[in-house]
Each structure stands twice: as structure tokens, then as C-alpha cells.
Ligand binder design. Structure first.
Ligand SMILES: [Fe+2]
Length: 297
């Protein structure tokens, strides 16, 4: 088609999209072109801004590697990751869900730990934390024999793979739920941390006067055949950034019942005060038990 004016561009591109044999690809590309062209018209994108936009997209790719994923960071910073998560869980976005973002720090093959065991593998100063969890199905029945893989940052806000002071797999462990769907472990209380700000995302946050912090959270990946793999994060409501997560991951369903205790621990004598506890129930939905690709090794 030979174009006469700018109004003819969008229909010309949409007509080409109609030839796509795969119906889902056709639907996605048609909508993408419609919204992309609408956006360009809406902001009246200048030629200079267009060149900047393409170089930013290139830079996102160039920054990404086996240890860093700038595209996922950008998707989170724009709220797209959470929108996709909430649209595809909780009965298609109609009910509460315990699903959340995987984040960039999940590792395969974290060590098996017995219930009640400790996941602190090297000297990690911080207040003791006792976590007890329960895994239920949507009807409230206990899910026994589910694998619960947990990981969290340290009391200074670093995952073990970011911190040479911590032993390999520190603050990571994999549990098996008992007949009542319960699991439990001991660790140390963690804090929130900033997302990486040395790239495109960092520049965006700065330009928008946004801080880079995520509120303190406990990650879990719960796997049992017959259920959709649950990827969850439970947040500490006492965190100063609970209302302003840089990745928009905090939902009402994921606010944890963290309790700070000033009284002596009832059974563990070596525990100084204050110590913390967290009791959380995770609900699995029916679906396919597939593991995601680990974002890092
Ligand atoms: Fe995290």
C-alpha cells in the first residue's frame, strides 16, 4: 500500500496483521499495533524521543545476562508483572490469590530441611524468626506432601548469592508439608532491599522521584502435582515501604502476620529477645505443577 498521510498508517499495518495464521499471535499483534500507534499519537512522540526509546530497548537487552534481567526489572517497575499475575490467578482475576512475583533470586536445588530445622548456614547476626506455614487447597483441605521452597534476604537486605559473607544457600531451604499441610523452620528476621539501580530502570526511578526499595518479604515456591505451582511472597506490614513497593508486588492477601515478641521463647532457650514469628496459610489452586526457569544459577 502506498500511503497518502499519517491517518493511513494504522489501518495499513492492521491489514497486514490480519494475514497471521496463528489466531493468538494475530490477536496479540493487532492489539499491540492499535495501542502502540494510539500511544504515539497520544503523546505525539517526537523523532528524538523515538530514537531514545529504541536505544533504551536495546540497552535493556544489552544489560541482561545469566545473572541479571533488566527486562523483568522494568516490567515489575511498570506494574506489568503484577498485572499479568493477578489477571491469571485467583479464578482469572476475580478472587484473592497468594500468587506473586518470582523475583530474580530463586535457585534450583535448595537443600532439603526437616520441619522445625534452621536455614541459617553461616553466621548471620539478626533477630531470630520462627516461621510456621500451612498449605491448603481452595476448599480448605490440607495439602500433605507439598514441596515448600523458601528463600529470603539477610538482616542487611542481601541474598546469599549477592553477599560473599554468607555461605552458599544461606537462608534457603526446601520443606515437605506434613499430614496437616504444615511446615516450619527457624531463620533470622530479614529487611527490605533496593532493586538494582545501575541501569535503565534506575534512571527511570530517579527521573520519577521513586525510591528503589522492596518491602521485607519471604519468598516461597510450593510444588505438588495436581496443583498450579504457587509462587508467593509474604510481606512485613511493619516495613516502612509496605505502601510503596518499587515492583508493585504487595497485595492485601500477601500481608503477613509477623509478630515481634518481647517475652522469652517458649521452647528455644538460646533465643534472645526480641524474636519474631510468622504464621501464614498458603492456598493452592488447581492447575499444572510446572517449575519456572530459574532466573539465576
Ligand atoms: Fe526478594
Amino acid at each position: 500500500m502506498i500511503l497518502e498521510n499519517q491517518q493511513q498508517v494504522t489501518p495499513a499495518v492492521l491489514e497486514v496483521m490480519q494475514k497471521t495464521p496463528d489466531p493468538r499471535l494475530r490477536e496479540i499483534m493487532t492489539s499491540l499495533v492499535r495501542h502502540l500507534h494510539g500511544f504515539v499519537r497520544d503523546v505525539h512522540l517526537t523523532e528524538k524521543e523515538f530514537r531514545t526509546a529504541t536505544s533504551i530497548i536495546n540497552e535493556i537487552g544489552q544489560m541482561s545476562s545469566a545473572r541479571h534481567n533488566e527486562a523483568v526489572l522494568m516490567a515489575g517497575s511498570l506494574g506489568v508483572s503484577t498485572l499479568v499475575c493477578l489477571l491469571n490467578n485467583g479464578d482469572g482475576g476475580n478472587t484473592e490469590t497468594d500468587q506473586s512475583l518470582l523475583g530474580p533470586f530463586w535457585r534450583l536445588n535448595s537443600p532439603r530441611v526437616e520441619n522445625g530445622g534452621c536455614i541459617v548456614r553461616s553466621d548471620t547476626p539478626g533477630p531470630p524468626l520462627f516461621v510456621s506455614g500451612r498449605v491448603l487447597d481452595r476448599d480448605g483441605r490440607s495439602v500433605a506432601g507439598a514441596e515448600v521452597d523458601v528463600w529470603h534476604a539477610s538482616p542487611v537486605g542481601l541474598y546469599e548469592n549477592q553477599d560473599p559473607e554468607q555461605a552458599d544457600m544461606n537462608l534457603r531451604g526446601k520443606f515437605l508439608t506434613d499430614a496437616d499441610g504444615r511446615f516450619s523452620f527457624r531463620s533470622v528476621m530479614f529487611v527490605g532491599y533496593p532493586i538494582p539501580t545501575d541501569g535503565v530502570v534506575g534512571r527511570l526511578l530517579k527521573a520519577q522521584s521513586r525510591h528503589p526499595y522492596r518491602p521485607a518479604h519471604l519468598h516461597a515456591l510450593i510444588f505438588k502435582p495436581g496443583f498450579k505451582t504457587l509462587i508467593s511472597q509474604v510481606y512485613d506490614p511493619a516495613d516502612p515501604n509496605i505502601e510503596s513497593d518499587a515492583q508493585f508486588g504487595v497485595t492485601r492477601a500477601l500481608i503477613g502476620k509477623f509478630v515481634q515478641h518481647e517475652e522469652p521463647h517458649p521452647s528455644a532457650r538460646d533465643v534472645a529477645t526480641p524474636w519474631y514469628s510468622l504464621d501464614h496459610t498458603y492456598r493452592l489452586e488447581a492447575g499444572e505443577a510446572v517449575l519456572p526457569r530459574p532466573p539465576i544459577k
